[in-house]
Design a binder for this molecule. Structure first.
Ligand code: NDP
Length: 285
């Protein structure tokens, strides 16, 4: 009965798969030249978006250039026939520089005419004893992981508001924003990721009247440079950490593609202020 009522109403009927199409959309992914950010960028471009990957180095890495070539050679899928194909662009920048982030978004909008999707993903991990954490080190983690995420999201949100675009902003948090584990010494990181989850909720409430959605993604352990750095410090650590989730393994960066597409696209138009966990069930038990 509900389905029939919806079909008879004013809502245009669209095929479910077409909800994920991002043709004619423009996206920014920070930390987009490797790890989780690169997979997010790939997913968005695959669905037809023009994706700007922002990262610290002046030039992209050879890995990023390989992915760019791959994206440029992707075949046009059925629903994209006659439409613009997705592509990857590289842009260097530092998310902790608020003025530069605002200027970067102006530049993207000048070039492409719009911004629809913002993945505020860049982040750093550093560990130290909570009783020993030095001010400068602590501030550095919060600067990148909290201030940098806000500066990215607000730079994109300002342009969306100015252009009247009902965009999607997605912040990369972490399961470490919800749970913690003994012997990790991640007080700065965990604090920063909790803040990101609450930032998404707060921004979602403020921006809902403007038609802009804000959500966060909380990955569990994912194989990237970030996790490799601490796995290398102790033999057997991978098995020990894998046992912390019911699926008994680390995730792969490409396992973030689906949730990225869902949150970035029209497939999730009634979802805002949510934290989506992609953690092999680690927060669930
Ligand atoms: P990586 O270290 O592989 O990638 C992080 C990216 O962020 C790098 O490209 C890095 O640039 C970039 N970056 C760091 N600081 C800045 C800055 N100030 N301005 C612009 N870019 C910057 O990590 P992941 O891909 O694993 O992490 C991506 C996000 O996912 C992070 O927010 C992380 O906290 C989160 N996350 C990761 C998990 C995991 O298990 N891997 C689990 C849960 C959350 P550069 O290449 O120059 O260092």
């Amino acid at each position: 009965h509900g389905v029939n009522a919806a079909l008879a109403g004013a809502t245009p009927v669209r095929s479910a798969l077409s909800l994920f199409s991002l043709t004619q959309r423009v996206a920014l992914v920070t930390g987009g030249q490797r790890g989780i950010g690169l997979e997010m960028a790939l997913a968005l471009a695959d669905a037809g978006a023009v994706v700007y990957c922002l990262d610290l180095p002046a030039q992209p890495s050879s890995d990023w250039l390989k992915v760019q070539t791959y994206v440029n050679e992707l075949p046009v899928s059925e629903h994209q026939v006659g439409m613009k194909k997705g592509r990857l662009e590289y842009i260097s920048g530092d998310v902790t520089d608020q003025k530069a982030m605002w200027a970067t978004l102006e530049l993207i909008v000048d070039r492409e005419g719009r911004i629809d999707i913002c993945m505020a993903n860049a982040g750093i991990l550093q560990g130290a004893d909570c009783l020993e954490y030095q001010a400068e080190e602590f501030r550095k983690v919060l600067d990148v992981n909290v201030s940098g995420v806000l500066f990215t999201a607000q730079a994109a949100g300002r342009q969306m508001e100015r252009l009247g675009i009902h965009g999607s902003i997605v912040l990369t948090a972490s399961m470490s924003g919800t749970i913690t584990n003994p012997n990790q010494h991640w007080v700065a990181y965990n604090t920063s990721k909790s803040a990101v989850i609450q930032m998404a909720r707060s921004m979602a409430c403020e921006l809902a009247p403007k038609g802009i959605r804000v959500n966060s993604i909380s990955p569990g352990y994912i194989f990237t440079n970030m996790t490799r750095a601490f796995l290398d410090t102790q033999p057997g650590l991978e098995a020990k950490l894998s046992a912390q989730n019911p699926m008994g393994r680390f995730g792969r960066p490409d396992e973030l593609r689906g949730v990225t597409l869902w949150l970035a696209s029209d497939a999730s138009t009634f979802c805002t202020g949510s934290d989506i966990k992609v953690d092999g069930g680690q927060c669930a038990w």
